[in-house]
Design a protein around this ligand. Sequence first.
Ligand code: UDP
Ligand code: MG
Length: 312
Amino acid sequence: MTPYLSVVVPVYNEEGNLDNLMQRLYPALTGMKRPFEIIFTDDGSRDRSLEILKRLAKEYPEVRVIEFNGNFGQHMAIMAAFEISRGEIVVTLDADLQNPPEEIPKLVAEMENGHDVVGTIRHNRQDSVFRKSASRLVNITTRKMTGMKMTDYGCMLRAYHRNVVNNINRCHEASTFIPALAQTFASSPSEIEVAHAERSAGESKYSFYKLIRLNFDLMTGFSVVPLQLFALTGIVTALGAVAFALFLLVRRFMVGAEVEGVFTLFAILFFFIGITIFGIGIVGEYVGRIYQEVRRRPRYVVRRVYGGSDEG
Ligand code: UDP
Ligand code: MG
């Protein structure tokens, strides 16, 4: 029977969460009385996650497991699962139980009201103060730069209609951010509030560095505003410099030669050198991604799929 609902879960070193997750996810889905499937992608875990997933695939006929050849990142893990998903509605869910699986029926109900993407806003978010304030900044700048109206970019408990998923599957970009990508294909997006919990076991898989990488993916993947802002800064600075030179020229005639303030000049100079390097860095972010795209290497490598028809 073709599933009506596909639940997609990326997994990276989540051995402590998978059994608990299944114990809550399964009843939440059977309670909806619609055919469903659960697709886990093991994103190159180095703990016992894959073992547990293989066991789940044997135990539950609804479960399929994609085994990646290495760690390709959360968004690639979701992409791979999207490609083999069959449901009319596809829901993404984190494995760490930060998004309660019990909220899935609410998402599906909202989809059935005629929306093709249902996003979520984390009510009472349970993360560190640092993560929360960083997120707030990212949400505001992303909204400004991409012009997309999404309240909470980071929350991955989301539902997508088959049409949207099919369009996402047509995108072969090497670095992406799925909620933003989906938003570009949505004709009637909606948002609901969902509960949020602390990570049930293990640690966040995003280091500070990985978070920055992810946000560059989001910025460069969906907007060229950073480049435009940089060009604009250049123009403003150049105009300022011309005005300042004129001012110095006039002053030269009125006050005579001056040599004070040499070190202030250094400080100012370093500031602008900093801005220049920053700008080259931004350009580099785009160029690097263009390079990745033109090489057309596979974005991820699937070693094997377990469960479903590919019995193994
Ligand atoms: N994840 C993944 N590959 C990665 C990093 C994370 O598949 O390289 C998965 C992870 O197992 C979890 C989800 O993505 O199911 C979200 O990760 P995490 O909870 O660490 O992120 P946070 O909640 O801290 O933003
Ligand atoms: Mg988490």
